[in-house]
Design a protein around this ligand. Sequence first.
Ligand SMILES: Cc1cc2nc3c(=O)[nH]c(=O)nc-3n(C[C@H](O)[C@H](O)[C@H](O)COP(=O)(O)OP(=O)(O)OC[C@H]3O[C@@H](n4cnc5c(N)ncnc54)[C@H](O)[C@@H]3O)c2cc1C
Length: 500
Amino acid sequence: MIERDTVIGGAVSTVERFPGHRVDRGSSAHLMIRHSGIIEELDLASHGLRYIDCDPWGFAPAEPGSGGRGIVFWRDLDRTCESIARACSPRDARAYREFVKVWAPRSSHVMRAFSAPPSGPHLLRSFWGLDSGGDPAQLSREFLSPGDAVLDEFFTNERLKAALAWFGAQSGPPMSEPGTAPMVGFAALMHVLPPGRAVGGSGALTAALARRLEADGGSITCGDAAVSLAQHNGGWTVTTESGTQLRTPVVIAGCHVLTTLDLLAEGKFDGARLADWRKRIRVGPGIGMAVRVRARTLPIYPTVDEDAAVIGASLQLLATDRAHLRAAHGAALAGELPPRPVSLAMSFSAIDPSLAPPGEHQLTLWSQWHPFSPREKDWDTLADREADRIQAELERFAPGFSGSILDRHVQTPKGLADELGLIGGNVMHVEMGLDQMMMWRPVPALAGQKVPGAPGVYLTGASTHPGGGVSGFSGRSAARLAIHDARLPRRLRRGLTWPR
Ligand SMILES: Cc1cc2nc3c(=O)[nH]c(=O)nc-3n(C[C@H](O)[C@H](O)[C@H](O)COP(=O)(O)OP(=O)(O)OC[C@H]3O[C@@H](n4cnc5c(N)ncnc54)[C@H](O)[C@@H]3O)c2cc1C
């Protein structure tokens, strides 16, 4: 494995940003990979990986001063419904139970669809047996509808809708976009298996994968980027920045798809084809930014009875009205900063003491939507001011927390691009809009995770189906494709590319 960075794992890595603190560079909560079976298949537990369940997995505080109560989403559905009945209404609690009944099985089928390249037969097999209520057209419409439409269909309480919309929007798009219903519906699956926190930080998953790779005889080179991929006598030559040349029959490219296209261009691959794919790939205006905080205490939310250490396990969804989300997204489209940042707080030192030294805590504030290229000023000028506004959002819901902050590290969209190679600051690589999902991700010609005209090159990572987030799905699919093709006679292998 060849890695450009001196740290492996890209957006699934953890480093020491403050003395004695293990701080994630990208992702913090692992949701999809826990539903993939990959952890068990690779026996990562034997390679040191241990997860703590995030239970409760979600918390949505009430608007300060409203007299309302926060909503706590436990793994246990009954307990969650009790919280919704208290915070919203008994009617919404009943509706939530129905929502989980409808969307948990649907989401399980979606997870199946994620486990191989999105060919017609695979998608058919994945959704086979799903109860359509005798009306497949209506079912398909529900899958393709905006997440907001699902929320409006089930619920009356705006706070509940806002919390679930903000959960769904963690995939990137706003829940007003068509095709986002499954992103909201994924919440139902959190009652089957909640998000997990890898002990020691998100990078503990990468560390376990690296140990597994090395145990299987693989090797890892860091700090030496691939600079070209060139076809050579039926195989490939990978040249790195240091000048090393590796000859190999198979390349699995896990970097951003635009980076892979650059590497192929350096290797003299058909320029016209590359230009055609490149112009169709939508990276989008940027998604968000993160503020990592070293603090003396955990945030204390007055609108909930549970202890701060209990709420510390959850994704703290700091939005009480979808208008808040819509205003932020609309502003980003226009190149503006959000009128009020929409923030998600995670304070996992509450459940994993290895993250911070005794007497200290660590908190991540993830915020959407922030444009990669703000019209106003550049990110070097805006970083601290924007981080202050993100912190102020938490302060509204958990008054007094700011006073306990000892230090912070700000990751702007530009900073994420510079440090992690996330082009355009998009943490999902390319937009997660309907036109770039499934058999259209990143473009139809590349959706089979192969490159037409480049036999032996396989694509993986967030740029490919099923997209961004910590899932491992596309890596397993690429590996299976490579193994499958290697077993075929050479003559047949050449012809095997995705239909364009
Ligand atoms: C701040 C932040 C918070 C997030 N939070 C969450 C979360 O809580 N939960 C969640 O599920 N997801 C989250 N995500 C999204 C998730 O982490 C990413 O979508 C996912 O990790 C992408 O993984 P990847 O392996 O496809 O790509 P990347 O993580 O982008 O990895 C690509 C790798 O390729 C390397 N590379 C690039 N160019 C070259 C080259 N020329 N030669 C060699 N190597 C190269 C890069 O250095 C990098 O290591 C977050 C992301 C960020 C940035």
